[in-house]
Design a protein around this ligand. Structure first.
Ligand SMILES: *[C@@H]1O[C@H](CO)[C@@H](O)[C@H](O)[C@H]1NC(C)=O
Ligand SMILES: *[C@@H]1O[C@H](CO)[C@@H](O)[C@H](O)[C@H]1NC(C)=O
Ligand SMILES: *[C@@H]1O[C@H](CO)[C@@H](O)[C@H](O)[C@H]1NC(C)=O
Length: 361
C-alpha cells in the first residue's frame, strides 16, 4: 500500500513539473516515446540532468518554486533506493518464492546486460520500460556517437554495430571483474502495466514493423489458448489480451511454444528471469513510475551527469494507470488472472509493487 502511494505521490509531482516544462518545450506525442521515433530526444552532452537533484541549500533561493519543492535531494533519493534494495534482499531470502526469484547467471542473462567500459557501467535491459533511451545514453558514452540525437534509430537495437557490447561477449574473467566492480542498474515498472505495454506494442501497434509477432506468434497462441473459437474469427480479430494472459499463466504448457518463439519472449519474461537481481548485486533499481527522479539519480551515481542527460520524458507517460489495467482485464476469468499473478508474483514482491487485489478478488 505504502509503495503505491509513494508512486502516486511522486507521479503527481512529476506531472506538475512536466506541466510547467511543456509550456516551454514543444509538445510531443505520447506514442512516440520508446517507439521508433523516440530519437528526437534533446540530450545535449555537457548539460547536467534537468531538475534533479536540487541540493537542499538551493531550494530556498530557487526562482522556480514549483520545481524546488518537488525535486528530492540526492540524500532523500538515496534512502528510497536503499529501501528498495533492502526489500529485494528480504524477498530474495524468502524460500517460498525461490523458484520465481533465483535465476542462474546464464548466458541468457549475460545477453541482457550491456557494457559501458569507458565509465564502468552495466545496464540490464528490461523491455517496455524506456530501455531504448538508456541504450542511447550508453552508446553515446561509449563514444561511437557524439550525442543521443545523432544515433540512427535502426542502430540502437543493432548490437553488431552500435558500439554497445553485451556482457556475454567477454571472457569469464572479464565478466566476473565487471560484475564485481562496475556500477550496475536496471529499471522496472508495475509488472501488469508492462505486460499491457508489451501486448499493445507487439501485437496491436507494432511500430517497429516486426511482422513475426502478428504472423507467427499470435496465431500459435490463439490456436492453443483461445476460448470460444469460432470459424473465421482467428484471422479476423488478432490476438486478444485474454489469450495472451492465458498463455502467460500456463507455466508448464507454454514451454514448447516459448522454445519456438525464441528470443522474442524477452518482452514478457519476468524481470527476475531477465536480470537475475537476487544473484547479481545491482547498485540501483530504478522505477519507471518515478523515472524523472531515478534517471537523474542514476546519472549522478554513475558519475556521468556532466556528460549526458536522459532524454525528455513526455508528461504522464510513466504514471501508474489503474483504470487502464482494469480496462484490459475486464471480463476476464479470475482464475486466469490469478494464474498470471502467480507467474509474476516474484516481480511484484521483489520490487515492492502492490498485489492487484482489485483484479484478483
Ligand atoms: C514469503 O513470501 C510469501 C508469499 O508472498 C509470504 O506469504 C510470506 O509471508 C513470506 N515470508 C516471509 C518470511 O517474509
Ligand atoms: C520449484 O521448482 C522445483 C523444480 O522445478 C519444483 O520441484 C518445486 O515444486 C518448485 N517449488 C515451488 C514452491 O514452486
Ligand atoms: C489511463 O488510461 C485510460 C484508458 O487507457 C486513459 O483514457 C486515461 O487517459 C489514462 N489516464 C492517464 C492519467 O494517463
Amino acid at each position: 500500500m505504502r509503495h503505491r502511494w509513494l508512486f502516486l505521490g511522486a507521479c503527481g509531482w512529476v506531472l506538475l513539473i512536466l506541466g510547467f516544462v511543456t509550456k516551454i518545450i514543444s509538445h510531443r506525442a505520447v506514442d512516440e516515446y520508446d517507439g521508433r521515433h523516440g530519437g528526437q530526444s534533446s540530450t545535449v552532452p555537457g548539460r547536467t540532468a534537468r531538475k534533479f537533484p536540487l541540493p537542499t541549500a538551493e531550494k530556498t533561493v530557487s526562482l522556480q518554486p514549483d520545481q524546488s519543492s518537488a525535486a528530492p535531494t540526492m540524500d532523500e533519493w538515496d534512502s528510497v533506493v536503499e529501501r528498495r534494495l533492502q526489500l529485494l534482499s528480504t524477498v530474495c531470502k524468502n524460500s517460498t518464492l525461490r523458484n520465481l526469484t533465483h535465476i542462474p547467471i546464464s548466458k541468457f542473462v549475460l545477453d541482457r546486460i550491456f557494457v559501458c567500459d569507458k565509465h564502468n557501467i552495466l545496464f540490464c535491459q528490461t523491455p517496455k520500460v524506456g530501455n531504448t533511451q538508456w541504450k542511447k545514453v550508453l552508446i553515446t558514452l561509449n563514444g561511437a556517437f557524439s550525442g543521443v540525437e545523432e544515433i540512427p534509430e535502426n542502430l540502437v537495437h543493432d548490437h553488431e554495430k552500435n558500439g554497445l557490447p553485451r556482457l556475454s561477449s567477454l571472457t569469464p574473467q572479464e565478466i566476473t571483474h565487471r560484475l564485481r566492480s562496475y556500477f550496475k542498474f536496471f529499471i522496472v515498472r508495475d509488472p501488469f502495466e508492462r505486460l499491457i505495454s508489451a501486448f499493445s506494442d507487439k501485437f496491436v501497434k507494432n511500430p517497429r514493423f516486426e511482422p513475426w509477432y502478428r504472423h507467427d506468434i499470435a496465431p500459435a497462441i490463439i490456436r492453443k489458448y483461445r476460448r470460444r473459437q469460432r470459424d473465421g474469427e482467428r484471422a479476423a480479430s488478432g490476438l486478444h489480451f485474454e489469450d495472451f494472459v492465458r498463455y502467460l499463466g500456463d507455466v508448464e504448457g507454454r514451454r514448447r511454444l516459448d522454445r519456438q518463439f525464441g528470443g522474442h519472449i524477452i518482452h514478457w519474461m519476468t524481470y527476475a528471469e531477465l536480470c537475475a537481481p537476487c544473484d547479481i548485486p545491482y547498485d540501483v533499481i530504478g522505477h519507471h513510475e518515478t523515472l524523472e527522479q531515478d534517471a537523474g539519480y542514476i546519472l549522478k551515481r554513475a558519475g556521468i551527469e556532466h556528460l549526458v542527460s536522459y532524454p525528455d520524458i513526455p508528461p504522464g507517460i510513466t504514471c501508474y494507470n489503474k483504470s487502464k489495467i482494469e480496462h484490459y482485464f475486464s471480463g476476464m476469468s479470475k482464475r486466469d488472472i490469478r494464474r498470471l499473478y502467480a507467474r509474476f508474483q516474484g516481480d511484484f514482491d521483489l520490487f515492492g509493487y502492490q498485489k492487484p487485489y482489485f483484479l484478483l478478488n
